[in-house]
Design a protein around this ligand. Structure first.
Ligand code: SF4
Ligand SMILES: [Zn+2]
Length: 377
């Protein structure tokens, strides 16, 4: 049907969602924003308390570098990922060396830190993203300093040659893979992850064969999913990935600028998860998790804020602190005792999500006075 318009479209080539929604990467405004960053300085360097593989509590330095960014993002990209906001595609090899020097200077050579986490907004050992000479230097120096190193990677970038190369230069380091969901349909249609569960299993196998540690990230509440489904699915994903991981970090959605999730959020079609859902997930998965030698971390980035996991505002700080304490102690008893009047609203939302056919979920916005929200157009 030539020249048909409207819902059926016309004969022109379909436009990718990538170009419709996010793709501000090449607008003059976006380029000048990114180029305003100093390419010789890392995005940020900070220290936090952490737990070493043997259970000892230590300080960890986190270094987030300003890189060329994730190859997958430039091609397509995950629906929630806003890392591209921090990248510069013209970062040179010498910039990367200068950023690394700057990070060492700022931390006085990672003084009093037994762990160093290097985040490159992509895959650390992907040669299109980061110069090999720079990768080698970071691996060698952190190994010589005796630091436990944590780096990030996509599963499909883990090839036998590259993993063996990595293990030779920094034996025993941790490789964190953002699996997000243990479900191929969710990976494809909700997250647009770019790899499958099968590829993740293969990567895990390679890491194990080379005596490297496996850290798995899961995403709590991908877009196009109700609160109830997010709770049900992430709890089962957590139980399924724990036997294959040394550590699982569940990341509740936080809405980053210029992403697909941001577009949905601004259109009132997505709400970040309740903190109550995180508490429920931890408590109900605990028995299964305790059977494995796997540490579970839940870190609500932007927790208590409208763009991060939150409850009613009154109880946010107390619930977040209790979750933080659980991450260090692994004890769930305190979480079972938490309460607030907003908990019944969360429970009704879960019930409604199960009985009403609304795929995006039934929950109203949680902030603001209920009467005002009813009056809003
Ligand atoms: S693979 Fe990681 S860095 Fe790349 S788009 Fe997805 S979340 Fe972002
Ligand atoms: Zn509350």
């Amino acid at each position: 049907m030539a020249n048909a318009t409207g819902i059926l479209g016309n004969d022109s080539k379909p436009v990718k969602i990538h170009h419709l929604i996010k793709a501000p990467e090449n607008t003059p405004e976006s380029i000048s924003f990114r180029e305003s960053w100093d390419a010789t300085k890392p995005v940020t360097v900070y220290k936090t308390p952490e737990v070493l593989p043997d259970g000892t509590i230590c300080n960890a330095a986190t270094v987030i570098l300003r890189t060329k960014g994730c190859a997958w993002w430039w091609k397509s990209g995950c629906t929630f990922c806003g890392y591209f906001n921090d990248v510069r595609d013209d970062v040179s090899e010498s910039d990367m060396f200068m950023q690394w020097e700057d990070a060492k200077e700022k931390t006085n050579g990672f003084e009093d830190c037994k762990m160093v986490k290097i985040y490159t907004s992509g895959t650390f050992f992907e040669d299109r993203e980061n110069p090999i000479s720079w990768q080698e230097l970071v691996l060698r120096e952190t190994s010589e300093m005796g630091k436990h190193l944590v780096i990030e990677a996509q599963a499909q970038m883990c090839t036998p040659e590259k993993i063996a190369w990595l293990a030779e230069r920094h034996p025993g380091c941790t490789v964190a893979i953002g699996l997000e969901a243990y479900d191929d349909t969710v990976l494809r249609f909700h997250v647009n992850k770019g790899f499958s569960i099968k590829q993740w299993h293969k990567a895990v196998e390679m890491l194990r064969e080379n005596n490297l540690r496996v850290k798995t990230y899961l995403l709590f509440k991908p877009p196009f999913m109700s609160e109830y489904d997010a709770l049900k699915h992430t709890t089962s994903w957590l139980k399924e990935v724990a036997p294959h991981s040394d550590e699982v970090s569940v990341n509740p959605m936080n809405i980053q600028k210029n992403t697909i999730v941001d577009r949905l959020f601004r259109n009132r079609e997505y709400r970040p998860p309740w903190l109550w859902s995180l508490v429920e997930m931890i408590v109900s998965a605990e028995e299964e998790i305790s059977k494995h030698n796997c540490r579970v971390i839940v870190h609500p980035t932007a927790g208590g804020k409208p763009r991060g996991a939150h409850n009613c505002k009154e109880c946010d700080a107390a619930v977040i602190s209790a979750i933080d304490r659980y991450c260090i102690s692994g004890q769930v008893d305190e979480l079972k005792t938490l309460d607030c009047s907003c908990k019944t609203r969360w429970e009704s939302e879960l019930k409604n999500d199960q009985s009403l056919p609304i795929p995006l979920g039934t929950g109203p916005f949680r902030r603001g006075k209920p009467v005002d929200m009813m009056r809003a157009p």
